[in-house]
Design a protein around this ligand. Structure first.
Ligand code: RIB
Ligand code: CA
Length: 319
């Protein structure tokens, strides 16, 4: 039985690969793609989600736009990483995938209440949409199987010294999600930086020899150039697909239960995820915190997904 899930994203280069993995993998039933302001403005993130679905041949999955700014702070985007369009690199034509008429929060509420089984939410951007859903529609909580989010870190941040982007853009939203009492899994930078897009990984995509694979190469090449310029990392971490991979096969991502608090008032640390790995605070565990990724199997999954969407044999894939 495929796992019903909703991907809430801010495409974004790594979000684009998360969309492809979520749409392609047979273990998942992708009910909807919702967008949130983060890497770029909401309108661009939404256009980018429709563009990715178009080039990947993903049809029949509603794409709905959500919140255009964090709960409290002004929006801060990551155009230094994702470019002016939010998805610089490939040349995209006009999307053929339509925009759903409903707001993302309303669509998510309706899908959750209507679905016969509880649904997994996979946020890979700021948590504004998810927090708004939980705040305004508490009746949906029993229909949420778990929340597997890309965000936070057991160590340092990337937007501020201790703030990871998805959390630091909307700390109030993240705080609400981590305090919701729902099953939350945190896929933080400490794990996503194990999934580096090395030249060998790029070669595996290029070897697929399809237009979609070429678009992925262009996306990852741009992403890598930005990471080298900003962080001195030529091989960029492909953050967001790891959250999807965890839903597909939990054995890919080793986690431990721990208390996680979101810092809201620290003069220098607002937006940090404070992960009490050694249980020093006496606080109860409120999240599964990812610590280790099976990197080889992760890349097999992502390359295989792009191959299946483009209908070609994955060159270099395991026999
Ligand atoms: O910190 C990395 C996260 O922020 C990723 O989800 C990336 O797409 C951005 O949203
Ligand atoms: Ca993202």
């Amino acid at each position: 039985m495929a796992i019903p899930m909703i991907l809430d994203c801010d495409p974004g280069h790594d979000d684009a690969l998360a969309i492809m993995l979520a749409a392609a993998d047979p273990h998942l039933d992708l009910l909807a793609i919702t967008t949130v302001a983060g890497n770029t403005t909401l309108d661009k993130a939404t256009l980018n989600a429709r563009r990715v679905c178009t080039i990947a041949g993903v049809s029949g999955v509603p794409v709905a736009a959500g919140c255009d700014r964090p709960l409290v702070d002004e929006l801060r985007i990551a155009d230094d990483i994702h470019g002016v369009s939010g998805l610089d690199g490939p040349a995209f034509g006009e999307p053929t995938v339509p925009l759903a008429g409903e707001h993302a929060v309303e669509l998510t509420r309706r899908l959750l209440l209507d679905h016969p089984e509880p649904v997994t939410l996979v946020p890979t951007g700021p948590l504004t949409n998810v927090a708004t859903l939980l705040r305004d529609h508490p009746e949906v909580a029993p229909k949420i199987r778990e929340i597997v989010l890309m965000g936070g870190s057991t160590g340092r941040g990337n937007m501020t010294p201790y703030g990871e982007f998805n959390i630091a853009v909307d700390p109030e939203a993240a705080d609400l999600v981590f305090r919701s009492g729902l099953p939350v899994t945190m896929i933080g930078l400490n794990v996503t930086h194990q999934a580096l897009v090395t030249p060998e990984v790029v070669a595996r995509f290029r070897a697929l020899g399809t237009p979609l694979a070429e678009a992925c190469v262009a996306l990852m090449t741009f992403f890598g150039s930005a990471y080298e310029r900003v962080f001195g990392l030529p091989d960029p971490p492909l953050h967001d697909p790891i959250a999807v991979a965890r839903v597909i096969d939990p054995s890919l991502v080793a986690c431990v239960a721990a208390p996680v608090a979101v810092e809201l008032t620290g003069a220098h640390t607002r937006g940090a995820t404070v992960v009490d790995l050694h249980h020093k605070t006496g606080e109860p565990d409120n999240a599964q915190v990812a610590l280790h990724l099976d990197v080889d199997r992760f890349w097999d999954l992502v390359v295989g997904a792009v191959s299946s969407l483009s209908g070609s044999r994955a060159a270099g894939s395991p026999s």
